[in-house]
Design a binder for this molecule. Structure first.
Ligand code: ADP
Ligand code: MG
Length: 280
């Protein structure tokens, strides 16, 4: 039996007028669900309301109307620390989400101190292996690892807390195409091996096609189309979806992990990425 992990029911988000900006309806009566072990995509161009939606689901953003549920958790400003841990986020700029003065190992130790019971299921070396990183990374500072490695660290930090839902907001948009494909492959593997449920947010339909089981197409705060990814992309019903498809090089919206030769998974360290600093 499938169980629903994420319910976003009739959500509206209106950012109030401020400093000369008008009030803005960023999300307009949006309904989204994700079942356990599903990778659900939210796709739309910049400004369509994707991040406003994600922040609300994380309990960090404004909710004007509607109801959000993640398992038994009701995301919002009054969530307990324990409930907050249930929704983990991975962002576009991996280096920005890591403390620059802290080694990767020390960062993990702090996280374990905050959530001792939630994090005792795996040690640091085992955790890094899950995201394809060698133990040496523990001693490095964030600027001493590549963008792709830093994104793997962000994913590891999220996994450590055994989240009910992983929210990934443009997690590969700042990475080189080859590194992007590796990160997408990792997310897919984590879903396959751990049954992780992922809400994957992107402006890039090609990336969504590679990864997502179902997709919601957002435009100006409204979901204009949704369904199984293959169906939506092969038979787009909405003009806007067609426009997004046309923007994909070659028009086929095919790229990334599918095209990548298979690599041994699990404990094999991935060190093929050149240590490009701030690969953004
Ligand atoms: N904190 C905020 N205050 C006012 N307006 C905002 C705020 N955050 C986002 N917006 C506006 O809401 C709309 C949707 O933005 P956002 O959710 O960031 O979309 P996306 O992630 O799809 O680019 C945009 O018009 C943006 O300018
Ligand atoms: Mg955004």
């Amino acid at each position: 039996m499938t169980s629903t992990v994420l319910t976003v029911d009739d959500l509206s988000i209106i950012h109030p007028a401020r400093r000369g900006r008008q009030a803005n309806t960023a999300v307009d009566r949006v309904t989204v669900t994700a079942d356990a072990g599903e990778i659900v995509g939210i796709v739309g161009e910049s400004g369509s309301g994707k991040t406003s939606l994600a922040m609300a689901v994380a309990g960090l953003g404004r909710v004007t109307d509607g109801v959000i549920g993640v398992g038994r958790v009701r995301p919002g400003p009054r969530m307990s620390r324990e409930d907050r841990a249930a929704v983990q986020m991975v962002f576009q700029d991996p280096h920005a989400s890591l403390d620059p003065r802290q080694s990767i190992g020390r960062g993990l130790r702090e996280l374990r101190k905050l959530h001792p019971r939630r994090t005792d299921w795996i040690d640091d070396v085992g955790l890094l292996a899950r995201v394809g990183l060698p133990p040496e990374v523990l001693d490095r500072l964030p600027h001493q690892i590549s963008g792709g490695q830093a994104q793997r660290v962000s994913i590891a930090r999220a996994l450590l807390l055994r989240p009910t839902l992983l929210l990934a907001d443009e997690p590969t948009s700042a990475l080189d195409v080859s590194v992007q494909a590796q990160i997408l492959k990792l997310l897919k593997e984590l879903r396959d091996t751990d049954g992780l449920t992922i809400l994957f947010i992107s402006h890039d339909l090609a990336v969504v096609r590679t990864l997502c089981d179902r997709v919601y197409v957002m435009r100006n705060g409204v979901v204009v189309e949704s369904g199984r990814t293959a169906e939506v992309l092969e038979k787009p019903r909405h003009e806007y979806t067609r426009t997004l498809l046309d923007a994909v090089p070659g028009g086929t919206a095919r790229t990334g992990a599918e095209a990548e030769p298979s690599r041994s998974r699990g404990t094999a360290p991935v060190l093929t990425e050149a240590p490009v600093r701030g690969a953004s």
